[in-house]
Design a protein around this ligand. Structure first.
Ligand SMILES: Nc1ncnc2c1ncn2[C@@H]1O[C@H](COP(=O)(O)OP(=O)(O)OP(=O)(O)O)[C@@H](O)[C@H]1O
Ligand SMILES: [Mg+2]
Length: 418
């Protein structure tokens, strides 16, 4: 049973979330058996800024999740995001090893390896290589070239890189806790696994994860991840604005913000909001809704959506995303999110809740845990070889039946791993 255990740790700017799942082979269902969320410390905008504090916070969360699951966490997938993430699309080309025969797994592995040969400074590390499209003898649009005949095999890949220093810091936290790193997963991509449908990915869509300190973006075109990036602004900025605007502490501002979204979304709105049930130390009881929502929250949301819009323009995929935007992450629940988004971006928008999972914890079905749930789904679909190697070769072989070929492929990949 322990063989099917999948664990994920999301070291966010506001919370550390640890999740333990079991992939039941009979029903092919992923069940959560352990979960914990804890206030984050030592992390800012996705970067570890204090290793000691961050390690203590992760340890506390891991221990509680372990206790709930009744299993020790020996290895885990780790979410990474923030402005240190960048991406590029790279092309690989090889001659098919046996031009008289069929394209085999080794040809596919070789061509992906060729696409990975990009010049990269020592401060950057590749964390993901995703084949978007294969081209056989000049014919594009091939999802699975194995078994086809041809002499020239090409691949279009999407490559995500991250700051080596930050990855090392995260690895240090894990090694201090005796947890093996099964792979770094870009948090925007993890969230996509949990909230996007296959149809949305096929049509073209942007996943926007609004966390406390940063916004991670993943753009899917023709079913494949084609652009990844991150914006250094998050939902905490909205709390800051409320704190300044109402002259209250950040803590109070945070409470007011969450109260607004929980109590006012979709309801008839009175011009005054009664905050007395929050029992704030500032003794603030009545606030004008117009001041708060139109005067403070909406302008910040507008700024956020303008930045998202700019990022979409920058990606070059702006004309290929008819499905629009799916907003997730804790910040997605902010009051006025959909209205402002529709107005600024002019595309369809919905809020993304994590799905495709069952188990004992309903708490996890909240946008702030999309990345966390996504780590499990990612883990389920990917076979781990080595953190620096082809952890995602489940994706390379996306549409084929992975059977006996796995072990031979594994051995093949191993020769590339130093
Ligand atoms: N119901 C809600 N209404 C409004 N805002 C909310 C709500 N729930 C959470 N948030 C906000 O979402 C943010 C936390 O989101 P999330 O948990 O996704 O961040 P994180 O993963 O810790 O951070 P990051 O991804 O930036 O590293 C906080 O700013 C919080 O105020
Ligand atoms: Mg997050």
């Amino acid at each position: 049973m322990a063989d099917n255990l999948i664990c994920g740790i999301d070291i966010g700017s506001s919370k550390i979330a640890t999740v333990v799942g079991i992939d039941t082979s009979e029903t092919n269902e992923l069940k959560i058996i352990g979960f914990n969320t804890n206030i984050a410390r030592g992390v800012r905008k996705g970067l570890v800024v204090d290793i000691k504090e961050a390690t203590e916070a992760v340890e506390a969360s891991v221990e509680k999740a372990e206790r709930m699951a009744g299993h020790k966490i020996n290895k885990a997938f780790i979410a990474v995001g923030g402005p240190h993430i960048s991406s590029l699309n790279s092309h690989g080309i090889v001659a098919v090893s046996n031009p008289q025969g069929e394209i085999n797994e080794e040809d596919v592995a070789r061509v992906v390896e060729a696409a990975k040969a990009i010049s990269l400074s020592s401060t950057r590390r590749i964390i993901e290589v995703i084949p978007r499209d294969y081209i056989v003898d000049g014919q594009p649009g091939i999802k699975n070239p194995i078994g086809m005949s041809g002499v020239r095999l090409e691949v279009e890949t999407h490559i995500i890189t991250a700051s080596t220093t930050n990855l090392k810091n995260q690895e240090r936290i894990l090694s201090d806790l005796g947890i093996e790193n099964e792979g770094f997963v870009f948090s925007g991509m993890a969230s996509s696994e949990a909230v996007l449908t296959d149809t949305e990915k096929e049509l073209g869509i942007v996943l926007v994860d609004i966390g406390a300190g940063k916004i991670d973006l993943s753009i899917y075109v023709d079913g494949a991840l084609s652009y990844s990036s991150s914006i250094p602004i998050g939902a905490r900025h909205i709390s800051n604005d409320i704190a300044v605007g109402l002259r209250v502490s950040l803590d109070s501002a945070e409470k007011i913000k969450v109260f607004l979204s929980k109590n006012l979304v979709g309801k008839k709105k009175n011009p005054q909001i009664n905050l007395s049930e929050l029992d704030l130390p500032e003794n603030l009881t009545d606030v004008s809704l117009k001041t708060l929502v139109d005067g403070i929250v909406a302008p910040r949301l507008e700024e956020i959506f303008k930045l998202i819009f700019d990022e979409i323009e920058k990606s070059g995929f702006g004309q290929q995303i008819p499905s629009g935007l799916v907003i997730t992450g804790g910040g997605a629940l902010t009051i006025g999110m959909l209205e402002t988004g529709k107005r600024v971006v002019g595309l369809p928008i919905r809020i993304g809740y994590p799905e495709k999972i069952s188990g004992l914890v309903d708490e996890i079905l909240d946008p702030q845990y999309s990345t966390t749930v996504g780590l499990l789904l990612y883990g389920k679909n990917n076979i781990s070889v080595d953190p620096d190697g082809f952890k995602n070769f489940g994706k390379i072989l996306k549409d084929f039946k992975i059977g006996n070929s796995v072990s031979s492929l594994k051995n093949f990949f191993k020769q590339f791993i130093p």
